[in-house]
Write a protein that binds this ligand. Structure first.
Ligand SMILES: [Zn+2]
Length: 451
């Protein structure tokens, strides 16, 4: 067992609203193995209440520091690490001129294996301890990412990007080496082989990953849905309703479906554990479809602002009541830092010209990137499943140690904060990787070296 004494931020399991934070100014976090040997939270609360019970446990005292749940990034792209910060005239030109040429490089096992340690390290350095990631359309990239995440004991979900049309041949799924199977069938076979090898191994999970409807033939979407039906506990991830040109294209390719989102529903790809990135240009029927299916939106504000895609409608999402959480969408997104993503989500919420503008509270922003995102992924401890993104008893011990004095301005501004909201908002607005003094990963309680 090991304990940490510091200020502690977490989210209530029981109280409503669930996005309301619980904050101990002087707290104790006690960690130890559960029945399976995974390091989990054994106790958490005010130091004065817990100190006698755990006086024999080695305790690290961290005055002036805040312990908070590790961040959960609901959507990013491993194979886009080197196109971050590449400008273009919107989504489709960006894919064509930057993304597809780069993703072709990830058909090399060696290239993928060189990139994976950097990608995982960058997530951890920024305090992200759980991620749902796209790999490329080639198995080599998926293998490399799983291997590295496993080595770092990180909770990571990824999958082979399914795409059998409308992109350069080097990005699409491969045909079988002997030519007996086309890309459509081979991509599905490769997905199933990867799923069987990696899903549920250590802290890893598999996501069936049709890139987006325009890059997938009907046969491939049908095949992905069949795999999903055979493996109900794997994730599904894709993109929807990001950009108006993309929507018009998807509608032309699938004229029988009522909307872009309906394409996925019509093929059987909308369910719980299905995560759709963006969900910007939805109508209320689409939102009801998301809610009814138990699917979740990965909101990607830095990407949406960078590519000029539009603004996620928080008021409409809450009115209908479907699940969502935050995501970096690197490399369309501009930062690995959850602080940059939370601030961009605030900007997106405020925008009031194309939808209702509102001021998302700091606690709500933080919840969207931790406990809320974990809940949207089905990783909130329900039905005996793992719990991440929070620091309640039983949660896996993934957390960050924040130093609110990390920069002169942060130190000055957080010193003046006289409420929790003020403190959190100062960190959201002024924070970046410098705020993350340490990222601690469960299991072997591996500690990522300090910045
Ligand atoms: Zn994306």
């Amino acid at each position: 067992m090991k304990a940490y004494r510091a200020a502690i931020l977490r989210f209530s399991h029981e109280r409503e609203p669930r996005q309301a934070a619980v904050f101990e100014e002087d707290g104790l976090l006690v960690l130890g193995p559960d029945a399976s040997g995974t390091q989990v939270v054994q106790a958490v609360g005010p130091y004065q209440e817990l100190r006698d019970r755990f006086c024999g446990v080695a305790t690290e005292h961290l005055p002036g520091r805040i312990i908070a749940p590790g961040f959960v990034d609901m959507h990013n792209h491993f194979a886009q690490i080197d196109v971050i910060g590449s400008p273009a005239d919107g989504l489709l030109p960006w894919l064509e001129s930057h993304t597809f040429p780069e993703e072709q490089r990830f058909s090399s096992a060696e290239y993928s294996a060189r990139a994976a340690p950097f990608f995982i390290e960058e997530l951890l350095r920024n305090g992200v301890t759980t991620a749902l990631s796209f790999a490329s359309g080639r198995s080599e990239s998926v293998q490399a990412l799983f291997c590295e995440a496993q080595r770092r004991h990180m909770r990571l979900i990824t999958g082979l990007c399914l795409m059998d049309r409308n992109a350069p041949a080097g990005v699409l799924n491969r045909a079988s080496p002997d030519g007996s199977r086309q890309a459509t069938e081979q991509g599905l076979l490769d997905s199933e082989a990867l799923l069987q090898r990696w899903h549920g191994k250590d802290r890893l999970g598999y996501a069936l990953t049709p890139r987006f409807a325009p890059s997938c033939s009907e046969g491939q979407l049908r095949g992905a849905a069949e795999l999903a039906a055979r493996h109900p506990d794997v994730w599904i991830q894709s993109h929807v309703a990001e950009n108006t040109d993309e929507i018009a294209w998807a509608r032309r390719l699938f004229p029988a479906s009522r909307s872009y989102l309906s394409i996925y529903a019509d093929f059987g790809l909308l369910r719980s554990r299905a995560v759709y990135a963006h969900c910007i240009h939805l109508d209320d029927d689409d939102r009801a479809l998301m809610r009814g299916a138990g699917a979740a939106a990965a909101v990607c504000p830095t990407s949406n602002l960078f590519l000029g895609s539009g603004f996620f409608d928080y008021a409409a999402a809450d009115r209908i009541g479907f699940r969502y959480g935050l995501a970096s969408d690197v490399g369309g997104g501009t930062s690995f830092s959850p602080f940059h993503t939370m601030l961009a989500a605030y900007y997106v919420g405020r925008e009031g010209q194309t939808k209702q503008g509102l001021s998302l509270s700091p606690q709500h922003l933080w919840w969207q990137h931790t406990a809320g995102a974990a809940s949207a992924l089905g990783l909130d401890g329900q039905r005996g499943r793992p719990a991440v993104g929070n620091l309640q008893v039983g949660c896996e011990a993934d957390f960050v140690i924040l130093n609110p004095q990390a920069t002169p301005l942060l130190a000055r501004r957080t010193e003046r904060a006289d409420s929790l909201d003020e403190l959190l908002f100062a960190m959201i607005v002024l924070g970046d990787d410098r705020l993350i003094e340490r990222t601690v990963i469960s299991q072997a309680l591996l500690t990522i070296p300090e910045n």
